[in-house]
Design a binder for this molecule. Structure first.
Ligand SMILES: [Zn+2]
Length: 349
């Protein structure tokens, strides 16, 4: 099969590799149709020697190609969205379907199902969710971001009439905005670019603030009758964390919550925060990691249901499309959000 392989320089080259066989009777193989580029992929775009020779990518949709003999609910030709959150399936967290907390999660994902930038992918049948006919492969590829947002919404305990802030209007921030509105909250969303904030307004944001141009705090106070928001969701991550974590802990009211959705870098890092204020105000810091199940419901399936019902708009987030052969150009466009106005970049495979 054709696949995009990471080089030591961090970009990709297209090569022919062995098509993965199905290793277990309850696994399936799918022909990948669309794969998105995630912020995590972008951070790994720069030289990451340990990724050399690897296939990456974890936001994808496709068509079932082969099913193992124990699979009864999927058949070749089924259109699917593919969840790539896969642990060892035997640890205490996997056994209660909190597999996003599996200690071996990233190792196992990378070895198996998180290989979207290729023609075929394999995984357990229960990570492949059938798409209704009217949901496109492109929209389905956005569902991984949506499920990350839904997990943060679940952890936050958001409720009717809450006033919340979302920091960062990328695919996660913009799907979180829609979920927060569905939950009955009023939403102020920030970014350092105007373009994604225009999309946020179209998707129902009550207030948008470009924090590259002005201080967010006065807007927060005007939005909340000088109280601060009930919940702040940090959705920027990476290099923005020193700024956004400080903003989050000053935007949030006494007794409120800060949900950390954006990703950190691997090395231990110090952040300068007003810890005395955080303690005196009893601001709860809630890290959110990927997604899995909430009670009896798969968070991926819940997002698929919302998308299929027209309650979640994925189309508005898809700004660019490239064939797999142009993956390096696609990454460059995604990295240059200021010039390219990119939000969700889709690779057609
Ligand atoms: Zn596990």
């Amino acid at each position: 099969m054709k696949a995009a392989i990471k080089t030591a320089q961090g970009d990709f080259w297209i090569d022919e590799v062995e098509t993965p066989p199905i290793p277990h009777p309850d696994w399936v193989r799918a022909r990948v149709k669309v794969a998105g580029i995630c912020g995590t992929d972008l951070r790994h775009w720069k030289p990451e020697p340990q990724l050399e020779g690897k296939i990456i990518g974890h936001e994808l949709s496709g068509v079932i190609d082969v099913v193992g003999e124990a699979v009864t609910d999927l058949k070749p030709g089924d259109r699917v969205v593919i969840e790539t959150v896969l642990g060892d399936e035997v640890c205490p967290w996997c056994r209660i379907r909190h597999y996003n907390l599996c200690p071996r999660l990233y190792e196992i994902r990378a070895e198996t199902i998180s290989r979207a930038f290729a023609e075929y992918v394999i995984g357990p049948a229960n990570r492949f969710y059938k798409l209704p006919d009217h949901v496109s492969f492109e929209e389905a590829a956005v569902l991984d971001s949506s499920a990350v947002s839904l997990h943060a919404v679940h952890l936050s305990g958001i409720t009717l009439n809450d006033r919340v802030a979302i920091l960062g209007a990328g695919p996660i921030g913009l799907t979180l905005l829609q979920l927060a509105k569905l939950a009955g909250a009023r939403v102020l969303i920030t970014d350092i670019l105007d373009f994604p904030l225009q999309v946020a307004t179209q998707l129902g944001a009550d207030v948008t603030v470009n924090t590259a141009k002005e201080d967010g705090l006065p807007h927060i106070m005007a939005f909340t009758n000088d109280r601060g928001v009930d919940i702040t969701y940090e959705c920027a991550g990476g290099d923005y964390m020193p700024t956004t974590l400080r903003e989050a802990t000053t935007f949030t009211r006494q007794g409120g919550k800060v949900v950390i959705v954006g990703g950190f870098d691997e090395e231990p890092t110090a952040y300068t925060l007003d810890w005395m204020h955080i303690q005196k105000a009893e601001i709860k810091l809630i890290p959110s990691a990927s997604y899995s199940y909430w009670g009896i419901y798969s968070e991926m399936q819940t997002c698929l249901d919302l998308l299929a019902a027209g309650k979640l708009d994925a189309k508005s987030l898809i700004t660019h499309r490239y064939p797999l052969e142009q993956i390096n150009e696609a990454f460059a466009v995604d990295a240059d959000k200021a010039q390219q106005h990119s939000i969700f970049v889709a690779l057609t495979i």
